[in-house]
Design a protein around this ligand. Structure first.
Ligand code: TXA
Ligand code: MG
Length: 327
């Protein structure tokens, strides 16, 4: 059963406790209802994907009560400071390089070295975020492919029984997701149009590249299609039923014998655990595999149901042929 919590001190305390225990809690923001989880806890983040039945791991936005707490986890550029001053709290998300001691887990960042951060303006959510005192990842609180929810009722309709609680903060004002600006490259780039117009952003920091300019390097606006998604250097071989001495092994369940370097996604064959360990595993095998002069990463078969579908999506992107680097 999903608890329906009211927008008062007791409700906020309960929601914060649940989040701190790794549970999923939906809450309203000024844009849409978000499905929140502790972004520093990979299992909690994996549970978001499972509850939404998402077939792919998109990087998620982490939410903070104020700019100061957000900038603990990412490195702000002068333009980020300017945008934060003009539009936070509010419907604007900034993508920035992560700081060395950031707490946002690999799965919430889809393995990237950048993170998306946002400070929502709804006072109840600010109280919730302050009490939780963790970065809170929150995509829209609807099953994958559904319409973004703007009331607690919408959330219940889609996710009742699949999440711990909904904090009813009333209907959302904006009803449209936040604008996302990527400030991690040489020039600011619009990744998603949203609650704050591009004109206002341009007035604050000057020209902004649009998502589809310079197609080679740009990130398409469609979520999850980002060309900058982390792919390991070592080639990936899927559905391996044997492994050689020059290959690292990404195992699932009982590991194959013969590899000098193994990362087991889940000994008990739990797809949620596997999802929560996927990106850290790829980073680990890539990094250590290079040091040990291995030639590739073999991946054991993983079932395609539940989170297995998102794991396959991610691995097949990582295994796809890559464009050669031009020297
Ligand atoms: O209004 C909103 O932003 C709502 C409410 C709940 O706050 N949240 C929301 O979150 O829409 P989400 O997690 O669905 O947005 C994820 C999108 C990704 O699909 C991607 O486009 C972008 O944010 N994103 C997140 N991290 C990124 C990163 N490191 N680099 C590039 N894009 C990123
Ligand atoms: Mg969404």
């Amino acid at each position: 059963m999903t608890e329906l919590l009211t927008d008062d001190e007791k409700g906020i305390c309960r929601a914060a406790d649940l989040l701190r225990c790794g549970k999923l809690v939906a809450f309203g923001t000024e844009t849409v209802y978000g499905l929140g989880a502790d972004a520093s806890d990979a299992s909690a983040v994996a549970a978001i994907y499972a509850a939404k039945n998402r077939p792919a791991f998109n990087p998620l936005i982490s939410h903070f009560p104020d700019a100061h707490s957000a900038f603990r986890h990412v490195i702000p550029s002068p333009q980020a400071l300017k945008l934060a001053e003009c539009f936070w709290p509010g419907p604007l998300t900034l993508v920035l390089p992560v700081s060395p001691d950031n707490l946002i887990c690999d799965l919430a960042r889809a393995g990237l070295s950048t993170a998306a951060v946002r400070v929502p303006s709804l006072p109840t959510v600010q109280m919730l975020l302050r009490q939780t005192n963790r970065p809170i990842a929150a995509p829209s609180a609807n099953p994958s492919g559904g319409i973004s929810p703007s009331t607690a009722e919408h959330v219940m309709k889609g996710l009742n029984g699949r999440i711990a609680a909904v904090l009813d903060t009333g209907p959302c004002d904006v009803g449209l997701e936040s604008t996302i600006i990527d400030l991690s490259g040489e020039q600011p780039r619009l990744l998603r149009a949203g609650g704050i117009s591009v004109e206002k952003i341009v007035a604050a920091i000057g020209p902004v590249l649009m998502g589809d300019e310079n197609a080679e390097t740009s990130a398409p606006i469609a979520p999850g299609q980002l060309s900058s998604h982390y792919a390991p250097d070592l080639p990936i071989r899927l559905n391996a039923t044997s492994v050689g001495p020059k290959e690292a092994l990404l195992a699932f369940g009982l590991p194959l014998k013969g590899s000098p370097l193994v990362w087991n996604l889940s000994e008990t064959e739990s797809l949620e655990e596997a999802a929560s360990r996927l990106f850290s595993g790829l980073h680990h095998l890539d990094h250590e595999g290079h040091k040990e002069e291995l030639q590739g990463i073999a991946v054991q078969p993983i079932p395609k149901h539940g989170l297995g579908l998102a794991i396959h999506d991610r691995l097949s992107r990582a295994a796809a042929p890559r464009p050669k680097m031009v020297p």
